[in-house]
Design a protein around this ligand. Sequence first.
Ligand code: GAR
Length: 207
Amino acid sequence: MLKMPIAVLVSGGGTNLQALIDAEKEGRLKSGKLSLVISSKEDAFALKRAENAGIKTLCLPLKNFAERADFEAVLQKALTENQIGLVVLAGFMCILSESFTSRWEKRIINVHPSLIPAFCGEGFFGLRVHKAALEKGVKLSGATVHYVNHIPDGGEIILQKSVPVYKNDNPESLQKRVMEKAEWIILPRAAEMVSKKLLKEAKGHEG
Ligand code: GAR
């Protein structure tokens, strides 16, 4: 295997997906291949970004599944059929079950818009994270890329990057800085690190 096939799971705008697409184009993501983008929402702009980049897309609207297990069964099938080796959660607004994450141990990574363990876990997503950080009055925030296990935002930390918080920040201005100066930098970097590691392991198994 020359490159680790990557699936990116999205639910929204897809700016982190775009950072991965740009990194692949510019040769910063060289051990992985963006092979599939799966959205949990039909109207996610991330799907358009994937189409523009010529990446295969799949839409699995959460609302079409009665149980999370049904969604995960279809997800598992799509990942297997496309020979995916690494799953990147990039603004994917759904918590995966233990039975799913345990099948993908150290093969799912997620980007979270705070310095874990601050402002993370169930209920902390998107702008809510930045609102909580401002309410607490922190002077630094940032982003974290971590492995995904059954505990929301609880898996091993891979990379973190901090950004300053300014007096006149609102959740939107802080979110913008965290994305531009932290998320879009560390997510492609972590995707490359983990792809490289998985590729090395796969080569070891080949003999
Ligand atoms: C990003 O800020 C990402 O870190 C966050 O949602 C946004 C998605 O933006 N994810 C979470 O809060 C997960 N807990 P994007 O669709 O433009 O990449």
